[in-house]
Design a protein. Sequence first.
Length: 326
Amino acid sequence: MDGVPTFGEYIRQRRTTANLTRPQLAWLASLSVPYLTKIEGGANPSRRVIESLGTALKLPHAEFEYALVLADGPLPRIDADHPTPVDLEYLELMNPKIGAYISGLWDVIAVNAAHRETFLELEEGTNYLEWMIFNPISRTIMVNWEAEARQTASRFRMALAREGESARGREILHKCLTDSDFAIMWRSDAVAVERVDRTKLVRDPRTLAITELRINMWRTQSSLQSWLLVLVPASINPPRSPVRWCVNGPIRQDPLTTHEASSGPSNPRKRLSRLTIRRSQHTFGNRLANIMMGDRQFSPDRHAVRKLARPSTGGDEFVQYRSRLA
């Protein structure tokens, strides 16, 4: 559906998608058929009725919130104010962090130098959605362009509902619908409240280097339609060395002998469950002797669990085994 539907139109659309007749939905929502007919015709229901319809239609969280926005109506309309010199100075102080002021319909109001460096041609006066759809450079900068575009289309549906049937919203939507890819995404009727994740991958079109950015967004105090968007490099945890279980108790008190290690434990209630050897500079016998003689001393605790991590550098084999009750 193009544009912003009414609450009744959206409920009728969801009912049709769920392959339910009006009497069936009325019965599931504990409503009368005449009352449901009035709702689909434009009557304003109570919050309890909205929740009953959402439960009956099994609406996901995002679709239920979208239905609430449609029932409550758009936010109070107010013209987006222009950033003051202090606002612009604050934006520049964020460098080298990426910062921008955007409107509720994603019109770019102001950006800092880091934003210009990262998102080429996404300047003041442009619209983020239009840049994403029509500017070819966005497909280079956005590593996962298709996934980003789908999320953008879903979130713009919610933004339109919150802003109401404004002339600017219709202008952006009608222009983007001329693109066949966006038209397919839009007519899937997907809606999202916010991003699935708070990070995005961007590529430098000059060096092709890829950076992961974390997204932070706040509503400014001066206007209901001004937002502060900040993108900072995401802190990526360094990959940890694989951890292997060395011994899983109960553990014998006395150390293993070479014969027991090669043929299995003498205790019939215990067995050697796994033995993995990666050969390198040392022989198996030397390494096993190091383990038994103190390089990796077993804990006397019968229920202890010890970990042996793979060495971070090459040049050493890895011995791994687990002892447990048969």
